[in-house]
Ligand binder design. Structure first.
Ligand code: IPM
Ligand code: MN
Length: 355
């Protein structure tokens, strides 16, 4: 098999600690992978003012099979302009329209809810990733005066809404839960009782696309009710599809159900194009440089990347090793263990190697 070319962008803060552990675990799988590291992030930006070099996105799309990102964000760049240009730039300019965020509880001890077991939390959020309130459309007028006006537009295109909803139904049709049972339901979440124009489009498209999948149950919830229901009882959820901003919020709530942001994986995907994989957690400046950050989100994200590249066996090896680590508490403190970031990576890599 020809090797897969992986662009690695550790980025800032704990991204620089978690990603080396994810890479070490990837290497331990023995999968044919070739890594190229990029220094995009705050240090580079503060050094020479560049966020993404000229033609950076075209280069990634042309020369790589996938991109592994750590986290971008640094208090030394208060405007966060580099995060916007690098992270949102990749999502938007490479048209990675489906942000796939699996939510799976690996061990009952990680869930803050009583009586909830691993079999009860196994759903996925498909977040629209290229439009909505994130498109940077709007402006500030009369800034600094009592008449100041801030407008932030929420852009929803039929094409954008339709392709992500279709992705959710396809995902449901072709992916099973961890216990092998088929996925059967897609729930669309919006705020169409208040935001009638955008919500109306989502409703119409969801109905039309859903009709093409009669074997899949279509469901709907308003985003406020969904957030409440997720923490009351996460058991009924299977595939959730929603817009960019609601997806951002819902996936933080959902991350808490699986042990926090340190456990959450995600993929930014456009089928057939070079896609980008990044854990849900941010750069967490207060934790950076202390060897305390949980690398599991990054490691599970790496597994997701392998699955996407068709390296299924290797991907499953990583998931199995992480599961064992969590059960045996070979983890960082946030999820009940006492190991450091590096030691967790080392343990998981050894486990993967022995499989
Ligand atoms: C995420 C993050 C980003 C987002 C930030 C860093 C812009 O919170 O990936 O969930 O809002 O999409
Ligand atoms: Mn977020």
């Amino acid at each position: 098999m020809t090797s897969k070319k992986i662009a690695v962008i550790p980025g800032d803060g704990i991204g620089k600690e978690a990603i080396p552990q994810a890479v070490r675990v990837l290497e331990a799988t023995g999968a044919p992978l070739e890594f190229t590291h990029f220094d995009w992030g705050a240090d580079r930006y503060l050094n020479d003012g560049t966020t993404v070099p000229a033609d950076g996105f075209a280069m990634l799309a042309r020369d790589f099979d996938a991109i592994l990102v750590g986290a971008i964000g640094d208090p030394r760049v208060p405007s966060n302009i580099h995060a916007k240009e690098i992270l949102l730039g990749m999502r938007f300019k490479m048209d990675l329209y489906a942000n796939v965020r699996p939510v799976r509880l690996l061990d009952a001890s990680l869930c803050p809810l009583k009586h909830i077991e691993p079999k009860d939390v196994d759903f996925v959020v498909i977040r629209e990733n290229t439009e909505g309130a994130y498109v940077d459309s709007g402006g500030v007028f009369k800034q600094g005066t009592p008449d100041e006006i801030a407008i932030q537009e929420d852009i929803n295109t039929r094409k954008g809404v339709e392709r992500v909803i279709r992705y959710a139904f396809e995902y449901c049709a072709h992916n099973k839960k961890a216990d092998g049972t088929p996925r059967t339901r897609v729930l669309m979440c919006d705020k169409s009782n208040a935001m009638t124009y955008a919500g109306g489009l989502w409703q119409r498209v969801f109905k039309a696309v859903g009709a093409e999948y009669p074997q899949i149950k279509s469901e709907h919830m308003y985003v406020d009710a969904l957030c409440m229901q997720l923490v009351r009882d996460p058991r009924p959820f299977d595939v959730i599809v929603t817009n960019n901003m609601f997806g951002d919020i819902v996936t933080d709530v959902a991350a808490a159900l699986q042990g926090g942001l340190g456990m959450a994986a995600s993929g930014n995907i456009h089928p057939g194009k070079t896609s980008m994989f990044e854990p849900v957690h941010g750069s967490a400046p207060p934790l950076a440089g202390k060897n305390v950050a949980n690398p599991m989100g990054a490691i599970l994200t790496a597994a997701m990347m392998l699955g996407h590249l068709g390296l299924t066996k290797e991907s499953q090896k990583i998931e199995a090793a992480v599961l064992e680590a969590v059960r045996q508490k070979k983890t960082t403190q946030d999820v009940g263990g006492s190991l450091g970031t590096k030691e967790v990576g080392e343990w998981v890599a050894k486990k993967v190697q022995s499989k």
